[in-house]
Write a protein that binds this ligand. Sequence first.
Ligand SMILES: [Fe+2]
Length: 322
Amino acid sequence: MKKQLSFVPISLLTLSPGKPVPVDIYSWVHGADKPHLFLASDRILESDLLKNKPDDVELRLFIEPSSRSDFQQYLQRLVNDNDHIKTLNDERRSAIVSEVVRDVLANAFKSESTSTIVGTANLLGQHIASLVSETQLSMTGLSKILHHDYGTFTHSANVALYSSLLALRMGFDEYSIEDIAVGGLLHDIGKLSIEDRILNKAGKLDDMEFRIIKKHPLEGFRRLLSEENVTTCQLLMAYQHHEKLDGTGYPVGIESDEISKVAKLCAVVDVYEALTSKRPYRNAMRPEQAIEIMSRDVGKHLDGEILEIWKEFVFENEGALS
Ligand SMILES: [Fe+2]
């Protein structure tokens, strides 16, 4: 049996009862010395399999690394099966969609081709917009599902989902929510031009490195400008998401009313996602800590009204947090 480290963790929520999974799935119960086969490939997940598990035992599921692409294809088929995905409960559906968005976006980013990324973002944006419009998502539920590592694609996938949720609450229509979801997926595309050494640096950036980082909004804007099917909203999200209300942001240093509403929206969830994710030099912050820090900058950096709407969403199910 291989060591646990060689297995890839998956969420139980991504398994769909009644649908066979094309790969072997292993479980590793706390205290056990090795993983056991939980569900053999192409067997249907029966709800009985979960009944024998005591409620206080956390069931951790894994697949072998060699099964990863087959598992992702299975998830993609589930997402594309519109009739089936709509029958799933909100938590299961959001787990499947977010896994697919993250993984498919990761592959597109690896291609380093702007056209491939834009094409992929347009497809994924539709799934995100439907998910957000048709389900009741809460930050408590999302925190169990979303990854919080520091990769540009993970960050972009989370920002896209958060942007759409915020847009829905700000009253944007369904068409705009999809537009904004795609913008979230693309907002940091300019980082493709920055070396990993600088993006993943564990210590403080020196002046030269920070100057390079500050080029990514303009670089992203340039990349997107030469593509078809990119909207003004998406261009503005990429170009202006680091501008601040008091004019101290970058790349231009424009102020309050000069910054577009969608870029202000993007800035709120961009900062929130960054603070609540693990960084090479610090641990992830808790939601209340992140909101507290963001509130200090209202009027200088972030738009107060938009932050207030985001804050309401984050704390909506605060009673359920424990
Ligand atoms: Fe950025």
